[in-house]
Ligand binder design. Structure first.
Ligand code: DLL
Length: 443
């Protein structure tokens, strides 16, 4: 491990000065930048000014970071209620770009960037890529979707900023992806983890072994929860080292946090963001080391300053020093969103916990979907999972019983498992749909 870290230091020069600021220097920088963000919000966003005034938080009166806790959280619905540009701090003609997330219901969430915001985003995504070992000149195969989703253009700009040629292939057309990955000899693959697996699967059916050419070394995967077992599966099938990158459009896009060679949590880039962790029920800070919901304040965004944005993502924060030398805190793997958490007969469960169990069973594939139904007053969970190719159908029932038993003893939840023939479930080209909720809608 240390050899990796040393080569990271020497082959790319020193770490950025911004990555190794002392904790005190980081806090001082955050305070100065937060004042600027509050000024921007106060001056340019009437809704923000009202909230700041109500909280008695005048930008010039901000003397300590923790004064921010007087301000109520910002929610996704606040963005929707001000659709499309009502929370922007710049008029449309001063924007350089707009992205939006479709969401499953209602209006999309729209986010905007000035040219300087795009500069910062590219720099942070480049920093993230460098942290996982991407180097200038590495060919980057970018299979994140281009368009309103921030993944494609975000990873693209970061790679270019780092000095990497990019294959802007976007998601989909998986056979062509496989052919170009191999023919062009990309060193880096960027995609969602579920799409990386779909690429591996199609490569196998095409009789292509992406490991053989030996060029592909690094995978930078994010935009959806994935388990450690899924990481191991992708690594084995594609022959690369897989790293986790985190972000969300409301705050910026990919590159808000990223692993380093240590793979011991994702460094949240604290010179541009302020991270808090709260109890999702009460909104109060959780004790050190406990799990909670991540709340993020942007420290440099011009077009869309976000103050205490509730991400709904559940994680833990680590502030002890990392062996890589970076001083920025670490966000542990995001197990899931609080809105994706299922409560099955009183047991809280995230899809990624079920995924981790399924992947321990060699006869089962990582292609699965969870179906939630209402059974009288109780919720019922069916796990549909494909068998690995070549597993005899006569064995499916016994496999299903074994898997249900494993899930019960590991996660604590009772499920019905259905083992399906390979290729039955839909494959993702971006974020995988893990849960089909067939419960009657409230109201
Ligand atoms: O998914 C940005 C992104 C693109 C991140 C490419 C990484 C790579 P949104 O579409 O706004 O933005 O979705 C954000 O996706 O709140 C999390 O719930 C989830 N998410 C993102 N990265 C991870 C990750 C992009 N590494 C939402 N692990 C976030 C788990 C993630 N969940």
């Amino acid at each position: 491990m240390h050899a990796v870290i040393d080569s990271e230091r020497t082959s790319a020069g020193r770490l950025d000065a911004a990555e190794t600021l002392s904790r005190d220097a980081l806090a001082a920088l955050q305070l100065e930048r937060l004042r600027g963000v509050l000024r921007n919000a106060w001056t340019n966003v009437p809704w923000q000014r009202e909230r700041l005034e109500a909280a008695g938080l005048h930008p010039e009166a901000l003397l300590q970071l923790d004064q921010l806790s007087a301000l109520p959280f910002t929610l996704k619905t606040d963005l929707r209620d001000h659709y499309p540009f009502g929370l922007f701090a710049r008029p449309v003609e001063q924007l350089a770009r707009v992205h939006a997330s479709s969401g499953t219901t209602g209006k999309p969430t729209v986010v905007g960037y000035t040219a300087r915001d795009l500069e910062h985003w590219a720099a942070l995504m480049a920093r993230s890529m460098r942290a996982v070992g991407v180097r200038p000149g590495d060919l980057v195969h970018n299979a994140y979707g281009y368009g309103l989703f921030t993944g494609g253009l975000g990873a693209h700009a970061g790679a270019e900023r780092l000095g990497c040629p990019v294959v802007p292939i976007s998601g989909g057309g998986t056979e062509r992806q496989v052919a170009l990955l191999v023919d062009f000899g990309a060193r880096v693959l960027c995609s969602t983890p579920s799409y990386a697996l779909a690429i591996a699967e199609v490569a196998e059916t095409m009789g292509v072994d992406p490991r053989q050419a030996g060029k592909l070394k690094i995978g930078l995967f994010g935009a959806e929860p994935w388990s450690a077992a899924m990481r191991a599966e992708i690594e084995a099938r594609l022959g690369l080292t897989a790293y986790d990158v985190y972000g969300l459009s409301e705050i910026m896009g990919p590159g808000v946090a990223c692993e380093c060679a240590c793979r011991d949590g994702l460094h949240g880039w604290e010179d541009h963001f302020l991270f808090e962790l709260i109890d999702p029920e009460t909104g109060t800070p959780v004790p050190d080391g406990a799990a909670g919901e991540l709340v993020i304040t942007t420290l440099s965004k011009q077009a869309l300053p976000m103050l205490r944005y509730r991400t709904r993502d559940i994680t833990r924060l680590v502030t002890t020093p990392c062996a890589c030398g970076r001083t920025h805190l670490r966000i542990l793997r995001v197990a899931g969103r609080s809105d994706d958490m299922l409560i099955i007969r009183g047991v809280n469960v995230y899809p990624s916990q079920i995924e981790a169990v399924l992947l321990t069973l060699p006869a089962l594939s990582p292609h699965y979907q969870l179906v939630v139904e209402r059974d009288g007053k109780l919720d019922r969970l069916t796990v549909q999972v494909e068998a690995q190719p070549g597993v005899a159908a006569e064995g499916f029932e016994a496999l299903a019983r074994g898997a249900a038993h494993h899930i019960k003893s590991t996660v604590g939840v009772s499920t019905t498992v259905e083992v399906l023939t390979p290729g039955t479930l839909p494959r993702s080209q971006g974020k995988a749909v893990r849960v089909r909720d067939l419960r009657p809608k409230a109201g």
